[in-house]
Design a protein around this ligand. Structure first.
Ligand code: SF4
Ligand SMILES: [Zn+2]
Length: 426
């Protein structure tokens, strides 16, 4: 244990962990609370300056502004939760290191999920949140002691004890409801959590838009095939991405972070989601060419889904950024027939381009409603895409082979026109 002052900051302690490549259990060191001087035994958190607080002081503190958003402590008990994201071949479990997200993506589904409504009272108390969806991106509640709590929870757990579905492969994903590397403090929680999971041979998927993920390259390299690190890159058009993902780093920065990791031998993947209606065949071709250079294990692809309040927020964000023409293209998707055509064409183009280029395998995510709006062979193939596992393997195996379900849907649209029935979902 290194020498610290009587009141070490959370940042100093987490830094020491990284330097020494070992976890320090901060729940039982007896560090005094910076506010009331009680010895910390059990739950704890930090204030925005990094001062360590006992749980009592942490949960009764008011939110403070930091870098333009309101931050505070997340009082949740949650650690690791089962997830339905096996349906997308992403994981069987998720760990979220915070509530809220600095990136504030306009299409983010998190504040619209049914469970999120149940947090309204807590968010109001901890971060003065009135409107969950509209204020998304303006608050962040950290779970500083999550690595310590996960350590306790997993004491008696091995990989065999966890759910392991064919599509989820027993993987734990960080994170589904926030960006695990959105800032230094979140990244420190994430590192501790990944450390705890890998220690028990539990496979991990990291999904982030932030380049500070590269600071953990040492941890990822030691994990071999038990980890994969990916980023969402829907387009390299900085203006568009900047309007729709206002707090996130530019797409090229994300690509560079993944490139750095793959050069170090870390398995990487890309989530090309959601691809915009402004993107044509050539745009998708250029995007895939760049992903080829990453030697990604898989590229997940999903067109935009225009349902829900957040689609309106996307259009407003484009208008506010002065991108009127692009806003019009998005607006057209409110017509079901337009959306079905756009989604089928983009899914097909991406599979076709990947086949022509010899690009990494594409794992398409066709929307459930899109399957309902089609018939015959087209419907069967879309349904098979939804059921198929991703080609990733989280252990030493021969080269993965990709499922036959993921291949082009048609040669040209006229061939399948009669199999499209948008009226079914109108
Ligand atoms: S980075 Fe992810 S969690 Fe954060 S706002 Fe964007 S989509 Fe939502
Ligand atoms: Zn205290």
């Amino acid at each position: 244990m290194e020498e610290f002052s009587d009141y070490p900051t959370l940042d100093q302690l987490r830094n020491a962990e990284q330097r020494n490549k070992e976890r320090i259990n901060l729940s039982n060191l007896g560090i005094p609370c910076a506010n009331c001087s009680t010895e910390i035994r059990g739950r704890f958190a930090a204030d925005p300056r990094g001062n360590l607080l006992c749980w009592e002081c942490a949960v009764t503190s008011d939110a403070e502004k930091e870098a333009g958003i309101r931050v505070n402590t997340d009082p949740t008990q949650a650690t690791i939760s089962e997830s339905h994201l096996y349906e997308k071949s992403l994981c069987d479990y998720v760990v979220n290191v915070a509530t809220g997200c600095r990136h504030g993506c306009k299409f983010c589904y998190v504040p619209t999920t049914p469970g999120y409504e149940g947090r309204a009272e807590m968010l109001s108390e901890q971060a003065d949140v009135d409107e969950l969806q509209e204020e998304w991106g303006s608050y962040l509640l950290y779970r500083d002691d999550l690595p310590e709590r996960l350590h306790e929870e997993l004491q008696q757990t091995t990989r065999e004890d966890l759910r392991d579905t064919e599509r989820g492969q027993g993987v734990v994903m960080l994170s589904s409801g926030t960006d695990p590397y959105q800032d230094r403090r979140a990244g420190q929680i994430t590192r501790g959590v990944i450390h705890e999971l890998l220690f028990r041979d539990i496979p991990v998927r990291v999904l982030t838009r932030s380049s500070i993920v590269v600071k953990d390259v040492d941890l990822f390299k030691d994990a071999g095939d038990l980890i994969t690190v990916g980023s969402s890159i829907p387009s390299f058009n900085e203006e568009l991405v900047g309007a729709l993902e206002p707090g996130a780093p530019p797409p090229l920065t994300r690509w560079e972070a993944l490139d750095m990791l793959q050069l170090e031998g870390v398995p990487v993947y890309v989530s090309m989601s959601p691809t915009y209606p402004t993107m044509d065949e050539h745009g998708l071709h250029r995007l895939l060419t760049r992903f080829m250079a990453l030697r990604a294990q898989v590229v997940f692809h999903e067109p935009i889904n225009p349902r829900g309040e957040n689609f309106g927020l996307m259009i407003t964000a484009l208008e506010e950024a002065g991108l009127e023409e692009q806003a019009d293209e998005f607006r057209k998707l409110k017509d079901v027939e337009e959306w079905v055509k756009y989604a089928l064409k983009q899914l097909n183009w991406v599979q076709q381009k990947a086949e022509d280029l010899g690009a990494p395998p594409i794992h398409s995510w066709p929307d459930r409603e899109l399957v309902r709006a089609t018939s015959g062979k087209l419907r069967d193939q879309l349904a098979a895409m939804r059921q198929s596992p991703s080609p990733e393997q989280f252990e030493e195996t021969d080269d993965p082979t990709h499922s036959e379900a993921h291949r082009p849907l048609f040669e040209d649209y006229e061939q399948i026109d009669h199999l499209v029935e948008p009226d079914v979902i109108r």
